[in-house]
Design a binder for this molecule. Structure first.
Ligand code: NAD
Ligand code: UDP
Length: 313
């Protein structure tokens, strides 16, 4: 039977894909968003669906809603945007998560928290496994996000222990795909737009730092599986274990776009993690989940999306 589901941050990159998938599974979906980094364009194609509702609201403020499940995704994800108003980022993760937990407790809904690989910080162990506690600078420019998300995990577990709220925690690793904001400064959108415009591709540092990129449809599949699994709260890593240095990533994008762009080097931002790759053994074991979309296939879909955006079609 269809459930009533709240998706906070539903107009954002991942949230918009999640709303679409939940609707296709015949659930009623309430998308709650303050439109800081999200956009109406991302959910325009869902507006005609009678099972879809949009609420402009900031999760820093409490809200009363009757739902069966909460996917708590509200929070800017790109370093540029979460550092734009760092205090607000902390409030979103702390006050916002408390409000969503309060809602879940009141109506006995299950709540899934979108946590992040950033809880591992600049990791000392590689690849990252869920039992690792992380190596995070508490006072740096990324801390509002990293520590905010860590406190959010703490709150989720405390509401579970103290109030028996049904909870799930996922740690999302770098994800990409259509509906990423073109101005959010993340590496995938930056490189693709630079390549499509034939302007310099900006590598921060020497490009030897690594990331592992997961296509958004794979991630959404894992998120929903985690919400629906029994007897497992997480945290669980969700990401693609194929790791590449940022320099190689730039070269693939130049190749796929046939771009004339040249690579230029800029200073590495403070506290930029040197390496990142999820160990997804736990997700495989508990959720029978692993990503299916190869990097080049996912990148081509994302390039086609940004090409349409840049052409205004
Ligand atoms: P996004 O910035 O595209 O989406 C976030 C959405 O939350 C936006 O629509 C924004 O307007 C909304 N929002 C922000 N603050 C809010 C507030 N106080 N109240 C209500 N709405 C608010 O980012 P995304 O990439 O879709 O990320 C979604 C979630 O996944 C975030 O919680 C992020 O931390 C997490 N995550 C994403 C990645 C990734 O690679 N994309 C990696 C790790 C974790
Ligand atoms: N990066 C880069 N050029 C850009 C944007 C990002 O070299 O134009 C690098 C960034 O320094 C980091 C990696 O790409 O090492 C991923 O950056 P992103 O902001 O996408 O995500 P995060 O650092 O949170 O993983």
């Amino acid at each position: 039977m269809g459930k009533k589901i709240l998706v906070t941050g539903g107009a954002g990159f991942i949230g918009s894909h999640l709303c679409k998938e939940l609707l296709s599974q015949n659930h009623e979906v309430i998308c709650l968003d303050n439109f800081f980094t999200g956009s109406k364009d991302n959910i325009l194609n869902l507006m005609d669906n009678k099972k879809f509702e949009v609420i402009r609201h900031d999760i820093i403020q409490p809200i009363l809603l009757e739902v069966d499940e909460v996917y708590n995704l509200a929070c800017p994800a790109s370093p540029l945007h979460y550092q734009f108003n760092a205090i607000k980022t902390v409030k979103t993760n702390v006050l916002g998560t408390i409000n969503m937990l309060g809602l879940a407790k009141r109506v006995k809904a299950r709540i899934l928290q979108a946590s992040t690989s950033e809880v591992y910080g600049d990791p000392l162990e590689h690849p990252q496994q869920e039992h690792q506690w992380g190596h995070v600078n508490p006072i740096g420019i990324r801390s509002c996000y990293d520590e905010g998300k860590r406190v959010a995990e703490t709150l989720i577990m405390d509401y579970h222990r103290q109030h028996n709220v049904s909870v799930r925690i996922i740690r999302i690793f770098n994800t990409y795909g259509p509906n990423m904001a073109q101005n959010d400064g993340r590496v995938v959108s930056n490189f693709i737009i630079q390549a499509l415009k034939n302007v310099d591709i900006t590598i921060y540092g020497n490009g030897s730092q690594t990331r592992s990129f997961c296509y958004v449809s794979d991630l959404v599949d894992g998120i929903i599986k985690m919400m629906n699994t029994d007897d497992f709260n997480g945290p669980v890593n969700l990401g693609n274990p194929v790791e590449s240095p940022i320099i190689d990533f730039a070269k693939i994008i130049i190749e796929l776009t046939g771009s004339k762009s040249k690579i230029v080097y800029k200073p590495l931002p403070q506290d930029d993690p040197k390496q990142r790759r999820p160990d997804i053994s736990l997700a495989k074991e508990k959720l029978n989940w692993e990503p299916k979309i190869e990097l080049r296939i996912g990148l081509q879909k994302t390039i086609d999306y940004f090409d349409r955006v840049l052409r205004g079609i």
